[in-house]
Design a protein around this ligand. Sequence first.
Ligand code: ATP
Ligand code: MG
Length: 334
Amino acid sequence: MNQDNNKKRILTGDRPTGPLHLGHFVGSIESRVKFQDEYDLFYLIADVQALTDNHDNPEKVRSNVLQVAQDNLACGLDPNKSTIFIQSMIPEIAELTVYFMNLVSLNEVLRNPTVKTEIKEKNFGDSTPFGFVAYPVSQAADILVAKSNLVPVGKDQAPMIELSRVIARRFNTTYNSEIFPEPEAHFGVEKNLVGTDGDAKMSKSKGNTINLNDDEQTVIDKVKRMYTDPNRLKATDPGVIEGNPVFIYHDMFNDNKDEVNDLKERYKTGNVGDVEVKDKLALAINKFLDPIRERRKEFPIEKVEEIVMDGTKRTQEIAKETMQMVKQAMKIDY
Ligand code: ATP
Ligand code: MG
């Protein structure tokens, strides 16, 4: 069992805002599964964070809580090795967030490049929720409440992990303590996985995903509609491979490298139609998803709920210990 207090820890998680997709797999789930033997791994279902931009849609968040856990279990996250928990059931995270807010300047929060992009994309207008802007501070509390050393994430999360390091350092210096490690980021891929529409990020909220729980036909339909080289009108036109989502996916999910190289060669010289490239991609993705579909059957939702409740109990104990130390260091341990 990994669940001992001597191993280095990992904190990682997802927002329960929809079913997880191929981007999640390459960005973080794959690393989670790989690291769970070596580390004591905590997987967070970030319902509090999901509410920062969905406060008026609690049903959406609620209905995805067990779904995201099930997606991870289906990909090989092992409940005997890893601890899965619900963020809102750890009130210490909210408490720690309040204290951490004093360690960060308003400018630092407003400068966060990912938050800036997300604010634009979400069209908040003049009504950006204060809680949304503050979510990186809350995310530092997620990471540090478990005293995590490593955080496997997608590239968009780099500024959040940097802020967590700054907060850990400032806390330790300000309160003359050694409570928090400086967590390091681990990126599964150098760049976020592109969407089926060619957007720079496959994202639950953009409708450009291939989901881990999509059935065969859905995958075929989504691949058929995928964005390719917009300048290539006929099968005899030479096409561009670089940045072409169809080939990015072929590189990642098609394990038949000879087939991929052959398709690329013929695409570049105008000797293959989009239909063949896409048919082969759909087959490859379905083959990749098959074992995930199989393992999902081992985790019906009632079983997922039990696993999540067990993990939450363990995390509650750890959070209590951390909070006691924090309060002592801050001289508020009445
Ligand atoms: P939302 O649109 O609600 O923010 P999301 O699709 O961005 O959803 P999150 O739950 O915010 O998903 O992200 C969970 C983890 O998956 C993060 O570590 C994030 O960096 C990673 N991730 C999400 N999308 C991608 C992607 N397209 N490529 C690589 N990693 C990704
Ligand atoms: Mg996100």
